[in-house]
Design a protein around this ligand. Structure first.
Ligand code: PMP
Length: 292
């Protein structure tokens, strides 16, 4: 079946889904996006993703030509057109075509495109064996320079850190704030469990306020686990009983080594497992239906 891409109001074949080389999304990373999951024929937390997209767009003074409801409808329609039940959705808004200068006022027509594809899942074993991480030397963007709460097309900060991970032969890496505290990973949020308490850096640590992060905090509260959002140094990761990452693609993935040190007993922990099970229950029970 030919893959259909939503592009500015039309569903077009993948080979025909093209943007101009003058689009400022390409020239300057001037645009915003979301990565969304569909589970069992339903889109998970779609409203929250659309809200974050709209907030990101407002932060960069980008007027999305579709309303919240129209974005929901376009996303669902794209899934339906591609027969998606379990998949990954990429929703992107670019500043549109301008000239070679930065001035966004030269771009009068933002472009909206949506790709809905079958997801490349992390290997199943990873949830059993857990991930090794490194601490990256690339610091997370300071919110005073480029707020990581804006999910923009400008991901070079994360890509530089990801290159460090690749060189070290690991999937993910921890990024610190300019002040040296733990912020998040290149494409995931981070949690530690110490003395039965769940701890994660706050939004002020220059993180993307992850939709999965919020869902996992809700799961923890439902499990009666105390959650604390506060700054902590990398030492607290090294000495934690458990550590895991959250993200739309990763879901909730255990971490077993950081910078060559074993976390806890070097195996995915009990609290991590409990939360992963709860999170999976959530993905099976809620979402915006794609099909009637
Ligand atoms: N941090 C960064 C930098 C991300 O790009 C992402 C999304 N891949 C996340 C955290 C996790 O956010 P979410 O749970 O909304 O996918």
């Amino acid at each position: 079946m030919e893959q259909l891409i939503y592009l500015d109001g039309n569903l077009v074949e993948r080979d025909q889904a093209k943007l101009s080389v003058y689009d400022h999304g390409l020239l300057y990373g001037d645009g915003v996006f979301e990565g969304i999951r569909a589970y069992h024929g339903r889109v998970f937390r779609l409203d929250q993703h659309i809200k974050r997209l709209i907030r990101s767009a407002r932060a960069i003074m980008l007027d999305i030509p579709l309303s919240h409801e129209e974005l929901v409808e376009a996303t669902v329609e794209t899934c339906r057109a591609n027969d998606i039940r379990d998949g990954y959705i990429r929703l992107v808004v670019t500043r549109g075509v301008g000239d070679l200068g930065l001035d966004p006022r030269k771009c009068s027509d933002p472009s909206v495109f949506i790709i809905a594809a079958n997801i490349q899942l992390y290997p199943k074993e990873l949830y059993e064996t857990g991930l090794p991480l490194i601490t990256c030397s690339t610091r997370r963007n300071s919110p005073a320079s480029l707020d990581p709460g804006i999910k923009s097309l400008n991901y070079l900060n994360n890509i530089l850190a990801k290159i460090e991970c690749i060189q070290a032969d690991v999937e993910e890496g921890i990024m610190l704030t300019n002040g040296g505290m733990v912020s998040e990973c290149t494409g995931d949020n981070i949690f530690v469990v110490s003395d039965g308490e769940l701890v994660t850096p706050p939004v002020e640590a220059g993180i993307l306020d992850g939709i999965t992060r919020t869902a996992v905090i809700e799961c923890a509260q439902a499990e009666g686990i105390t959650v604390s959002e506060r700054m902590f140094p990398i030492t607290e990761v090294y000495t934690a009983d458990e550590c895991f990452l959250t993200g739309t693609a990763a879901e909730l993935v255990p971490v077993v080594r950081v910078d060559g040190r074993s976390i806890g007993d070097g195996k995915p922990g009990e609290t991590t497992r409990r939360l992963l099970n709860r999170f999976r229950d959530l993905t099976e029970s809620e979402g915006t239906p794609i099909y009637d």
